[in-house]
Design a protein around this ligand. Structure first.
Ligand SMILES: Cc1ncc(COP(=O)(O)O)c(C=O)c1O
Length: 408
């Protein structure tokens, strides 16, 4: 048999299988109650609007262009629509500040490729989005803990980056309803990140995958809006905003965007040309029609349902969780984050939860760049209805009560 390992590039050594992707396979088992995936409820997709938009395209002869290659920057009417949305968020920009990506995930990969040489440092949350770590890992960075309070001296960051053999390049964070914790950064923390980035002279990657999904509380300005207020012009900002249609309209269309100053967009376009030429033309055209026809009503619809599910899960946790376990109370997004007693290991619990209780979640260590956080776990509250939430949390609660009693 061929020995591949000595042929693979060094960077492949840091490409491990994703626990989340493995776990998603569990969703197919009929009795499984899965709080594992970070996925929307498919019954809420605007399926009729998509069907109508595809039909319209074929009936009006637009399909020939739709079936063709297109520009790497992305379909202009879609970029124009997105630029309008960004302006509403306090980020005035033009379509030249937008590049369409095949999901926000592709944006993260390209940004890793653009900024990270092996040994460079990326500042990330502790925990942070697992998919971002996977995307960045391929470029062999070192990770340091992002400190939104901006308490750590800049010289410290520079010194440890030097030890790792590179320089600090960017801070990555998801200020609204982060994956995995569901937590939102305060205004002071947002300003703290920008202050720190100014002092370090690094880029800020703002992952806004869940930003539209706010169920209560006041919306806070995106990092990029605050950066634009400070600098007065998107061309002077250091923030790079990654948006996504996955959590609002459809993840299967695989469409997202990057919004940034033009020099960054121009480089990303070259990366995209080399990687996949363009995101699906037909999907971009259809997404433009669907976004124009129903984006706001769709966000209102799913927010209503997801808010109820979040409340069901919070109430079920109150009812069924034993003392010694705490959890986040997010104002939006898709996730709750549970902290178990220090001595407990969520990965071990998962084995039992799946085999004995038919309940799945994601163990916390997957979201920490250093593999810590073994006593934490992530629960998704958007993909199951109230009955399943009640059943799943009550099973999980009974199992945890038994374990907590044993470790006490
Ligand atoms: C924080 C975060 N960023 C990005 C993504 C990727 O989104 P997309 O489907 O747009 O690639 C996800 C998906 O779960 C996510 O949770």
């Amino acid at each position: 048999m061929q020995d591949w390992d000595h042929l693979f590039a060094n960077r492949s050594g840091r490409m491990g299988a994703s626990e989340i992707r493995e776990l998603l396979k569990l969703l197919d088992q009929p009795d499984m109650i899965s709080f594992a995936g970070g996925i929307p409820d498919p019954s809420l997709f605007p399926a009729e609007e998509f069907k109508h938009a595809f039909q319209q395209l074929f009936e009006k002869d637009g399909h020939l262009a739709a079936l063709q290659y297109s520009v790497s920057e992305g379909y202009l009417p879609l970029r124009e629509w997105i630029a309008g949305q960004m302006a509403d968020l306090g980020i005035p920009c033009g379509p030249d500040n937008i590049m369409i990506t095949s999901g926000a995930q592709q944006g993260l990969d390209y940004l890793g490729k653009l900024f990270l040489s092996a040994g460079d440092t990326a500042l990330v949350g502790w925990p942070t989005y697992l998919g971002a770590l996977q995307a960045f890992n391929a470029y062999e960075p070192a990770y340091e803990r992002l400190d939104p309070q901006n308490n750590r001296p800049v010289e410290d960051f520079h010194a440890s980056a030097k030890v790792s053999g590179g320089a600090v390049k960017f801070a990555y964070c998801s200020p609204d309803f982060a994956n995995p914790t569901g937590e939102t950064l305060s205004l002071a923390e947002r300003q703290g990140i920008l202050d720190q980035a100014d002092q370090l002279d690094i880029a800020v990657i703002e992952d806004a995958a869940y930003q539209a999904l706010r169920y209560d509380g006041e919306a806070l300005p995106p990092l990029m809006a605050l950066d634009t207020q400070r600098t007065g012009d998107i061309e002077k900002t250091r923030t790079i905003y990654c948006g996504s249609f996955s959590k609002t309209l459809s993840p299967g269309m695989r469409l997202g965007w990057v919004c940034a100053a033009k020099p960054v967009i121009r480089k990303l376009v070259l990366i995209k040309q080399a990687a996949d030429l363009n995101s699906s033309t037909i999907n971009q055209m259809v997404m433009t029609a669907v976004a124009k026809s129903c984006f706001d009503s769709q966000v209102a619809k799913i927010s209503g349902v997801y808010k109820e599910r979040r409340d069901h899960m919070l109430a079920a946790l109150e009812r069924h969780m034993p003392a010694g376990i705490s959890w986040s109370r997010p104002e939006g997004g898709m996730f709750l984050w549970l902290q178990l007693p220090e001595t407990m290991d969520a990965a071990e619990l998962l084995q039992r939860a799946v085999s004995e209780q038919n309940v799945a979640f994601v163990p916390g260590h997957a979201f920490f760049a250093d593999g810590s956080g073994r006593n934490c776990l992530r629960l998704n509250f958007t993909s199951c209805g109230p009955e399943k939430i009640e059943q799943g949390i009550s099973r999980l609660g009974a199992m945890l009560a038994d374990r907590v009693a044993k470790v006490a």
